[in-house]
Design a protein around this ligand. Structure first.
Ligand code: NDP
Length: 370
């Protein structure tokens, strides 16, 4: 558990280390990323963020849509040899411009592309959820280890100023002894045809997609690993959106210190909230894990004030995340959100689903720390 706290503090240090300091790689060369999957996140959110990075640049694109890939490559001045399809992806091994492969594909494709990237000799960033099963996560970690390459999961909130401030407040005793944690995360999923609602591509419903923010936050805000989970699902299976995956799932996490974490995940309401209550005060964030505009309230003894930490110049959670992996590669450190971090969440996700299915409390083995 102590190690967990140290990792969280290291997380805060990571932001400080990357924030606006213009930290350059020893060689001065920015590391090249290949984005795999030019969708809403890979293309719409991540690609523009290289403009804010000091250690990273876009070096290649991998897509099933050749026209889109060519257009994006042209917009970013990439040569034709840096445009890949899924079929010729493995030849990325011969591209010295690419240091890191960033997998932004539907969840069930993560394991295959992480393993192929590692076999091609590249370091890997993989979006959350890391994969769709513990077995896949373990195979991804093993493949990166065997190739001697780093694996990091795209848990951007570990680089987000409001969440880092919350971690520091809780660790510093600002709210007294932590007592209980609460988080609701959800959005209204309207289109029944999206891959997120197809189990073969998503691996599960709202928990895999958005509830994972509540789960991961319960661990990074408390700095503890749960010892038991209890979960209940509520899904209208006659709704065409929810024939294959869950809508709502509520889960309770029991932590060794006695902190209770109550989390709620859903595809039928817009919720984005984190609350940590101690015996002398509380920290509350709403919205808590958005791309921007997160807000925080904190205080002791009922006297609260609003805190909105100012972002550094040109600094975002995304650029800090993108620059963290090159820093780790250059220094030999493990990323603060390594494959092990994704695996821990996946173990809990499997336990949450099992608890809901079997209607029983699931005790968890003490988490092994890498
Ligand atoms: P999209 O559906 O918008 O994009 C996924 C892309 O994957 C597609 O555009 C396509 O790219 C490629 N793809 C390949 N095969 C398929 C397939 N069978 N069905 C659909 N797409 C396919 O999804 P998102 O970008 O929203 O999500 C991608 C990943 O990023 C997910 O794992 C998600 O959880 C994660 N994510 C993380 C967020 C965060 O804040 N950290 C936020 C949003 C998503 P192409 O046309 O180029 O082949």
């Amino acid at each position: 558990m102590e190690l967990g706290r140290r990792e969280m503090i290291a997380g805060a240090a990571a932001l400080a280390a990357t924030s606006g300091s213009g930290l350059a790689q020893p060689s001065g060369r920015k590391m090249g990323y290949a984005i795999v999957g030019l969708g809403t996140y890979g293309l719409g959110v991540i690609t523009p963020q290289f403009a804010n990075c000091t250690m990273s640049r876009l070096a290649a694109v991998v897509s099933g849509d050749p026209e889109k890939a060519k257009r994006v490559a042209a917009e970013h001045g990439l040569p034709d040899r840096s445009v890949y399809s899924y079929a010729n992806f493995d030849s990325i091994r011969d591209n010295p411009d690419v240091d890191i492969v960033y997998v932004c594909l539907p969840n069930s494709m993560h394991a295959e592309y992480v393993i192929r990237a590692a076999k091609a000799g590249k370091h890997v960033m993989c979006e959350k959820p890391m994969a769709v099963s513990v077995r896949e996560c373990e195979a991804m970690i093993a493949a990166c280890k065997a190739a001697g390459r780093k694996l990091m999961i795209g848990y951007r909130c570990h680089f987000e100023a409001t969440n880092l401030k919350a971690i520091r407040l809780v660790r510093s005793g600002a709210i007294g002894k932590p007592h209980y944690f609460r988080s609701e995360h959800g959005f209204v999923q309207r289109d029944p045809s999206v891959w997120r609602l197809k189990r073969a591509l998503s691996g599960g419903g709202s928990l895999m997609d958005i509830g994972i923010y509540a789960l991961n936050a319960a661990r990074y805000i408390t700095g503890e690993e749960p010892i038991a989970v209890t979960a209940q699902e509520s899904t209208d299976r006659s709704d065409p959106r929810f024939h294959e995956v869950e809508d709502q799932i509520a889960f309770t996490l029991e932590f060794p210190s006695g902190v209770i974490g109550s989390c709620h995940s859903m595809y039928s309401s817009n919720q984005n909230h984190i609350l940590m209550v101690g015996d002398q005060g509380r920290v509350e964030m709403e919205p808590a894990t958005r791309y921007s505009g997160n807000h925080m309230w904190t205080g002791r003894d009922g006297r609260e004030r609003e805190l909105i930490p100012p972002p550094g110049p040109g600094q975002t959670q995304f650029s800090a995340q993108l620059d963290h992996l090159p820093q780790c590669i250059a220094s030999g450190r493990e990323p603060i959100v390594s494959g092990e971090e994704g695996l821990r969440d996946m173990r809990l996700i499997e336990a949450i689903y099992r608890s809901a299915r079997e209607r029983q409390r699931i005790s968890l083995a003490p988490a092994r720390r890498g």
